[in-house]
Design a binder for this molecule. Structure first.
Ligand SMILES: Nc1ncnc2c1ncn2[C@@H]1O[C@H](COP(=O)(O)OP(=O)(O)OP(=O)(O)O)[C@@H](O)[C@H]1O
Length: 237
């Protein structure tokens, strides 16, 4: 079923229960193209489970999930794989970069084994993320922040509807964290919905929407401590 392309992600009462009984309780989530969302929550609250559901790795045990207007519940396993490869870009904690390839090759590899023809777009995207000088550098020789930007570029290069990022700034110094967040914001500026899991309140505050996850329950985060305007979005920073 295809619905409005104006909506990148719609989850309704989305749930998953492990054999242990833990998981994600019926969660509602809407993201429009170009929106950013942060999910915060303590260890074991269900963040990885939520990312795996939204990334079409786990199949929900309850509720519905539509990505780019496609209801995932009616898809065959092959169709789900295709939708994931086409419409979801992910930056996971283990970045999954291929150490024997250089930066642009890792980005282009998102297109599959015959990635040579995507050399131009991969190099251009890395250039947009401030890595023009490093496109030919083996990823094993890049810093943590640079590798993180390569992973964001790989997630974004196919212009997916949805970009998911798990702790994208963890372990980075403020400058590199800003560069990585800039890279994710540029995915959103190009029309992707971006959802990230973060423990960094400062990062969460730059997002359009904030959610808290606690013991599998997702809710809109209290904005009590948040600024009334988002300085980056308002062009004040
Ligand atoms: N394969 C599994 N089988 C059974 N229970 C699981 C499984 N994976 C996770 N859980 C449980 O589900 C709950 C949510 O786990 P999840 O990994 O999503 O949390 P998290 O918020 O990502 O944690 P962390 O921040 O520590 O990575 C936890 O109680 C966890 O023990």
């Amino acid at each position: 079923m295809t619905t409005s392309p104006q909506v990148a992600l719609v989850a309704r009462e989305l749930g998953f229960v492990y054999a242990s009984g833990a998981g994600l309780e019926r969660a509602d989530l809407d993201l429009a193209p170009g929106e950013t969302a942060a999910v915060e929550g303590p260890s074991g609250s269900g963040k990885s489970t939520l990312l795996a559901l939204l990334g079409l790795i786990l199949t929900p045990t309850a509720g519905s999930l539509a990505i780019g207007g496609t209801d995932t519940g009616s898809l065959t396993p092959n169709e789900r794989d295709l939708l994931r490869r086409r419409e979801v870009g992910a930056v996971l904690q283990d970045l999954g970069l291929l150490s024997f390839l250089n930066a642009w090759e890792n980005v282009a590899a998102a297109f599959g084994p015959r990635f040579g023809r995507h050399r131009g777009v991969a190099r251009e995207l890395l250039g947009d993320l401030g890595m023009a000088e490093l496109v030919d550098r083996p990823v094993a020789e890049l810093s943590g922040g640079q590798r993180q930007r390569v992973a964001v570029a790989r997630a974004a290069v196919k212009q997916p509807v949805l970009v998911l990022a798990d702790e994208p700034t963890s372990g980075l110094d403020p400058r590199n964290a800003d560069l990585v967040m800039g890279a994710l914001r540029s995915c959103a500026a190009q029309g992707a919905a971006v959802l990230l899991v973060t423990h960094d309140r400062g990062v969460a505050e730059t997002c359009d929407r904030r959610y808290a996850l606690d013991a599998g329950v997702l809710s809109a985060a209290s904005m009590e401590n948040a600024p009334s305007v988002n300085p980056r979005k308002e062009g004040l920073a």
